[in-house]
Design a protein. Structure first.
Length: 85
């Protein structure tokens, strides 16, 4: 039987505030919400690895984060299509 281990991480206060809002909406503790997110994230990455696209997904995520830091628009409106078509 697996045992739970305790860890400590640092997160920006904005992320903790957002997590608290989501936890409140869900009716669960912030701890449980964050724990669920970590488990789901690991399972998603494991599935991407099984599909052989793990590295591509990480590269894509890294590229998107770089664009955000540079304030370059991403998403459907990034190419100037304001009609949503």
């Amino acid at each position: 039987m697996a045992t739970d281990a305790q860890i400590a991480i640092r997160l920006p206060s904005e992320i903790l505030e957002r997590a608290q809002l989501l936890a409140d909406k869900s009716g669960i503790s912030r701890h449980k919400l964050l724990s669920n997110l970590v488990i789901e994230g690991i399972e998603t990455l494991e599935e991407l690895d099984r599909l052989g696209i793990f590295r591509a997904a990480l590269i894509s995520r890294s590229f998107t984060e770089t664009l955000k830091r540079a304030s370059i628009p991403t998403g459907p409106d990034a190419l100037g299509d304001k009609t949503g078509k």
